[in-house]
Design a protein around this ligand. Structure first.
Ligand code: PAF
Length: 251
């Protein structure tokens, strides 16, 4: 596996590879890789001749400095997993390689980025959109793979790619879940045992909302009310659930 750390190295590798009979798949990540990332990477290696994975903890998408500083990292574990998955290139630039002095441009994804999660994390999706476009321009892939766990992020990226006429196919991949239904996420490593137990209410609430939808309930407000009611009725976990919500709200 080749390890590249600057946009210039990445441009050179991509240019030398050419396009004849070549298809490049790209999986952008912030590291501390888990089975969810592995499923994106496997899809990419199945569908492309070459796969590039980036690991870059992007400072501009964090709206809380403690969250940025404590973001989990495991360079050795990540490298071993990427080698085992036959990744061709690990692109792992430094913050100054991505944002050199004088950098002053940002992409705003418009109203899609300001509702739901964007409401509690103003500027988060602009940071995501900006870094993803920079990474896509640097790697120049045919296909780029994103998890549906971050559904709003996927929608923002699809919107930006469409609006800016980027000729890249964006592929959304199903969420990978733990044995108890909680979605795999790098940040789960920062939950206490109580918070991890409390997190089980989230897939339970989602499952109930999906069942209600299939049974004919189409009112968004009613479905949200049902989900919140299920979270609230699991009273024994209420206090840790509240602290979980607090932590999730500044991801
Ligand atoms: O989903 C993530 O890990 C990040 O938001 C991404 C897409 C790599 C951009 O930094």
């Amino acid at each position: 596996m080749l390890i590249l750390t600057s946009p210039e190295e990445m441009f050179r590798w991509r240019k030398n590879l050419g396009d004849e009979g070549i298809s490049v798949g790209f999986v952008p990540t912030m590291g501390f890789l888990h089975e969810g990332h592995a499923s994106l990477i496997r899809k990419s290696t199945q569908e492309n001749t070459h796969t590039v994975v980036s690991i870059f903890v992007n400072p501009t998408q964090f709206t809380n400095s403690e969250d940025f500083e404590k973001y989990p990292q495991d360079k050795d574990g990540d490298s071993s997993l990427l080698r085992a998955l036959n990744v061709d290139v690990l692109y792992s630039p430094s913050p100054s390689a991505v944002y050199p002095e004088g950098f002053n441009t940002s992409i705003s994804a418009g109203h899609i980025a300001t509702k739901l999660e964007g409401k509690s994390r103003p500027g988060h999706f602009d940071g995501v959109a900006t870094v993803v476009v920079k990474l896509l321009n640097t790697v120049n892939p045919n296909n780029a793979y994103f998890g549906k766990k971050d559904r709003q992020q996927l929608a923002v990226i699809q919107q930006v790619v469409r609006d800016l006429n980027l000729s890249i196919n964006i592929v959304g991949q199903d969420t990978v879940r733990d044995h108890d239904g909680v979605a795999l996420s790098s940040r789960n490593s920062r939950l206490t045992e109580m918070e991890r137990q409390a997190a089980v209410v989230l897939p339970q609430a989602l499952r109930a909302m999906i069942s209600a939808f299939h049974a004919g309930e189409t009112s968004f407000a009613q479905l949200i009310a049902l989900g919140l009611q299920i979270c609230a009725t699991l009273t024994t976990w209420r206090s840790s659930t509240q602290s979980l919500w607090k932590r999730l709200s500044f991801q």
